[in-house]
Design a protein around this ligand. Structure first.
Ligand code: ADP
Ligand code: ZN
Length: 514
């Protein structure tokens, strides 16, 4: 065996291992099964590349996406490492097999579908293995945000070669997912190595969506450098790209519905640009090596804290100050919750609901955003980071229990099918035609909100939707979610956060301009 540090110096030209890399490499060199949880940019690939070269034999790398494998191979070859993949997209499979059998490969990449087959196990048995790396290992867990059943089928492969060290790698795994990965892949508890998740150079901002195009314009006006705007759907990406394109910055659009050639060109232009705004679905970003992304904005709610962390983590990989902006809407929660109830298999709904509740707590928080993120990943961070919106300008927390109860009563009395506009009119005691048509002026809730409470109705509705006390149907009609009764009965308080005073004043001024 060769010395890993020599390989780091000679093959990679790096002077030192970073963070937990040395710990991970040591374990693999010693033949021990390991799960490395390392944030994006922490240098996971090196953790298997170095032992692949230092230990005798070929390293098998399981990876979920062909594009990801090809990126990794290109980068490995750049360091003079002999790497190839066996996928349906590779027409040189015969050549790769010959190289593998002749012991001329340092890294062999395969997708889990292929790697879990018996014929593949027989193939692998012909050559000594340095290690088996399982990339994106959270895919093995139903708790993870990206479960892929094929990962579950890997166990016979791993067990066929019990003496070959397994190295599972992931950027995103909360405590439950980690335990599940260890269990599923047969890695002992002491094999878990977790790197620090903090990205201190990223400043987090989270605001309700309120005229998105204006919000993006303000953001771009104050934010030089290249950035990504994540849109929830392809159609939204197209529409937002059109708006952003008029804001004076080079703009690209990227989603899976575009022709591969168009996508490749957009990506290449972005990687080279210093001021381009890429409006994209989450199809964009995996495996893109652009360390100087200055900001990542979300135009809609990410599907979990893991996803939010991973997507915002594409900003500032060079360590320079960078920003993450999330613009969320109450309807994002309604839509996501409806999707969970209708599309997700029953046994996985619990996990998905928890993920949404965790997002609800993040967006509605009055305290440090970073602390919430880091606690989610099992760390014990300080109460305040000094580099997120809430730390820099503490929001105003308001006890809104009474107005929340009034709003819920109004929804209940009007048979839970009206939207926030109408319910606000009812609570305000407005004599509109619609109110007369439905005889809502005769209800006990008509006009019960005070002048001071009226501006709070919308933020309260948003908060209630984030915590699943209110749900909106596709036309915006509001009905009770599971959290409603306790609030209505006065068993649970509702606190909402309002943006800092200065921002609200600015907003009023902006509004007057138009
Ligand atoms: P991850 O897969 O964890 O997101 P990568 O493996 O892509 O991260 O590594 C991120 C970048 O850091 C790459 O450009 C890589 O070459 C570089 N890198 C990794 N380890 C080191 C190190 N020990 N010293 C210097 N650069 C490193
Ligand atoms: Zn903070």
């Amino acid at each position: 065996m060769q010395d890993p540090l020599d390989i780091l110096h000679t093959t990679f030209g790096f002077s030192d291992f970073r963070g937990v890399q040395a710990q991970v490499v040591d374990r693999v060199m010693a033949g021990q099964h390991t799960l490395a949880v390392m944030p994006t940019g922490a240098g996971k690939s090196l953790c298997y590349q170095v032992p692949a070269l230092a230990r005798p034999g070929t390293a098998l790398v399981i990876s979920p996406l062909i594009a990801l494998m090809h990126d990794q191979i290109r980068s490995a070859e750049g360091f003079g490492i002999r790497a190839a993949s066996l996928t349906s997209a590779d027409d040189n499979r015969q050549e790769t097999l010959a190289r593998f059998r002749a012991g001329e490969l340092d890294l062999l990449y395969a997708a889990p579908e292929r790697a879990s087959s018996e014929s593949f196990r027989n193939l692998i048995a012909q050559v000594p293995l340095a290690l088996i790396a399982i990339d994106e290992a959270h895919c093995v867990s139903e708790w993870g945000h990206d479960f892929r059943p094929d990962y579950r089928l890997l166990r016979p492969l791993l067990d066929r070669f019990p003496g070959v060290p397994r190295l599972a790698l992931t950027a995103t795994a909360d405590r439950q997912t980690r335990e599940d990965i260890l269990h599923q892949l047969g890695i002992p508890d002491e094999g878990l190595i977790v790197a620090g998740f903090d990205r201190p150079n990223i400043r987090y901002h989270i605001r309700p969506r309120d005229g998105l195009s204006g919000q993006l314009q303000t953001l771009l006006a104050n934010q030089p450098g290249a950035g990504i705007v994540y849109a929830p759907t392809r159609a939204a990406a197209e529409k937002i790209a059109e708006q952003v394109g008029k804001m004076g910055r080079p703009t690209g659009v990227y989603h899976a519905g575009l022709d591969p050639g168009v996508r490749a060109r957009a990506q290449a232009a972005f990687v080279q640009s210093e001021d381009m705004v890429m409006v994209a679905t989450i199809a964009f970003g995996m495996g893109i090596d652009k360390p100087d992304v200055r900001f990542v904005a979300h135009a809609g709610l990410p599907k979990s804290i893991e996803a939010y962390y991973q997507e915002t983590g594409r900003a500032g990989r060079d360590g320079d100050p960078s920003e993450a902006h999330l613009f969320w809407g109450a309807e994002d929660f309604s839509r996501a919750r409806a999707r969970v109830e209708s599309e997700v298999p029953e046994d996985r709904r619990g996990g998905e609901r928890q993920r949404l509740n965790a997002m609800g707590a993040l967006v509605e928080a009055a305290g440090c955003r970073r602390a919430i993120l880091l606690r989610h990943f099992g760390e014990t961070p300080p109460e305040s980071c000094g580099n997120c919106d809430n730390c820099l300008e503490p929001p105003q927390a308001v006890d809104a229990t009474e107005i929340a109860r009034k709003l819920l009563s109004a929804a209940f009395r009007t048979e839970m099918r009206f939207g926030i506009g109408h319910l606000t009119d009812v609570l305000a005691g407005k004599e509109t035609d619609k109110i007369h048509n439905f005889a809502h002026h005769r209800l006990s809730v008509f006009g019960i909100a005070s002048e001071d409470e009226l501006p709070l109705i919308k933020p309260v509705a948003r908060a209630l939707m984030a915590r699943d006390a209110l749900r909106a149907d596709e036309y915006g009609g509001l009905s009770f979610g599971p959290g409603a009764r306790a609030i209505l009965k006065g068993e649970e308080a509702v606190e909402i956060v309002l943006p800092p005073k200065r921002e609200r004043r600015r907003k009023r001024r902006d509004a007057a301009d138009y």
